[in-house]
Design a protein around this ligand. Structure first.
Ligand SMILES: [Fe+2]
Length: 199
């Protein structure tokens, strides 16, 4: 299995997010890449005959594989859905936000509340069963994931995402997040969902 490589950021700083803040956050992301590679290297050697649900090397590696791999995926989605200051939602995503939330303002109000209520992640996702967009909250990389949903917009609300620039002022960070959403990226993620059978 090929090793993961950290993906470079498409920006060094953003309006309201300093180079230092983003560089320190990026280091944590690289940590997930390294740990996932370490786990994947160890997994083939884990003794399957000793597998046990209370404790076993195999169980611990599989548990942390989920945590660290989601750490990679969520951070890549987060970094990539930022970078376009002042952008507006494209046609498809605007249609789905209005359909599910009544208006863009309603969606933003709910997502903002999500950002205040979550301990880890706020996620706008497309539900492949309901064929609608939904806002979900995750308190950790592997806690709160909804099966059959595809993340369209990912918000990191761990303090490491904003503490250098905003200290404990999460509301100021959320305002910065909204200003910097790359809606083209979000819209393209949605388009890929809509192209799947059943759309
Ligand atoms: Fe993070």
């Amino acid at each position: 299995m090929p090793a993961f490589e950290p993906k470079p950021l498409k920006y060094r700083s953003l309006p309201g997010l300093s180079e230092t803040q983003l560089a320190e956050h990026y280091k944590l992301y690289v940590g997930y890449v390294n740990k996932t590679n370490e786990i994947r290297e160890k997994l083939p050697r884990a003794d399957r005959r000793q597998a046990n649900a209370t404790y076993s090397d195999y169980r611990e590696l599989k548990l942390e594989e989920t945590f660290s791999l989601n750490g990679i995926k969520l951070h890549e989605l987060y970094f990539d859905n930022l970078g376009m200051a002042g952008g507006r939602p494209g046609e498809e995503i605007a249609y789905h936000l209005r359909r599910s939330f009544g208006s863009l303002e309603n969606w933003m109000q709910d997502f903002y509340a999500l950002g205040l209520a979550a301990r880890g992640w706020g996620i706008l996702a497309f539900d492949l069963d309901e064929r609608e967009v939904r806002n979900f909250l995750q308190d950790a990389h592997k806690a709160g994931v909804i099966t059959h949903t595809v993340p369209l917009l990912v918000l990191d609300v761990y303090e490491h995402a904003y503490f250098i620039d905003y200290m404990t002022d999460r509301k100021a960070y959320l305002n910065t997040f909204f200003r910097n959403i790359d809606w083209d990226v979000v819209n393209n993620r949605l388009r890929r969902c809509l192209q799947k059978p059943g759309a």
